[in-house]
Design a protein around this ligand. Structure first.
Ligand code: ATR
Length: 282
């Protein structure tokens, strides 16, 4: 029986076991996917010991993504660019690390907007400059968008992100001061929130979306709640929205395929299952 895990601290709110459990049942596999709570001081030891405990691999979440990056033996080019690992697996005794958050974000956009959506997108406005923003920028840089603006409350962090990433892709990357956000809105064909604003228990992210172009798309990587105040405001303005749950579902698929050998599908009934769980947990 193949075993996989999600490791983090805390870990009890993670929906990943529900997603992988759904797929194990759907494909009639006798594997398992369990939550493992590991404190930061113990993470290095865990990374060394999981193959010996019979695990094929697993997911890594907050706060261990950077430690996983530093601790694996090999990394994909994508993980290398991001400095963070969220998926582990073992190949011929070697522990590998990848970052599938990027794939999840892009797959969700492609499926929600239709492939080729970049044709209508000149400028993307990314809000935030943390680990999640790095994943989003890395994904967008592989696409034919012309300009990516990174706005962050702490300007120096968006400047660091731009410095680290400007060597990749062809889009122009620019750091933007948070105070100048409203001025950039008229040019933003795609607006992406990667900050924690709008998450349950956090203040809302309020933008003057009346200033955004009529055809703009607004997406949030926050998925608790599913309809964040930002997405609700975008809908009220008649803008298209893409919620954050799709990213979570799509980032899970490549890991499942590595451990269990079947490329799983993100289906409406999987989504409905997770939505029901999110709603029950409110
Ligand atoms: P993650 O890895 O999920 O991106 P993170 O690195 O903690 O998490 O990043 C959180 C992001 O939310 C940052 O961009 C943070 O801005 P700062 O770099 O200025 O801290 C942003 N954020 C959090 N609270 C915020 C607030 N009240 N207003 C604006 N931005 C906020």
């Amino acid at each position: 029986m193949t075993k996989a895990f999600i490791v983090g601290h805390p870990i009890k709110h993670s929906r990943s076991p529900l997603i992988h459990g759904f797929w194990l049942e759907r494909y009639g596999l006798s594997g398992s996917y369990e939550r493992i709570d590991v404190e930061p001081v113990d993470f290095g030891a865990f990374l060394k010991s999981f193959p010996g405990q019979g695990f094929a691999g697993g997911n890594v979440t907050i706060p261990h993504k950077e430690a996983a990056f530093a601790g694996v033996m090999r990394r994909t080019e994508r993980a290398e660019r991001l400095g963070a690992v969220n998926t582990l697996w073992v190949e011929n005794g070697i522990v590998w690390g990848d970052n599938t958050d990027v794939l999840g974000f892009m797959a969700n956009l492609d499926l929600s907007l239709g492939t080729g959506w970049e044709k209508n997108v000149d400028t993307v406005l990314v809000l935030g400059a943390g680990g999640a923003a790095r994943g989003v920028v890395a994904g967008l840089q592989d696409r034919p968008v012309k300009r990516i603006l990174v706005a962050n409350r702490t300007l120096s962090k968006s400047q660091d992100l731009v410095r680290d990433f400007e060597r990749y892709g062809s889009a122009r990357l620019e750091a933007l001061a948070w105070e100048n956000l409203d001025r950039a809105l008229p040019e933003a064909a795609l607006i992406v929130n990667t900050t924690s604003l709008g998450m349950a228990g956090q203040p809302a992210l309020m933008l003057d979306l009346a200033k955004a172009p009529r055809g703009a798309v607004v997406t949030d990587i926050v998925y608790v709640p599913l309809r964040t105040p930002l997405l609700a405001a975008a809908e009220a303005e008649g803008l298209r929205t893409v919620d954050g749950l799709g990213m979570l579902l799509h980032q899970a698929a490549p890991g499942f395929e590595r451990w269990f050998g079947i490329r799983p599908e993100v289906t409406p009934d999987l989504r409905a299952r997770i939505v029901a769980d999110l709603e029950a947990g409110r």
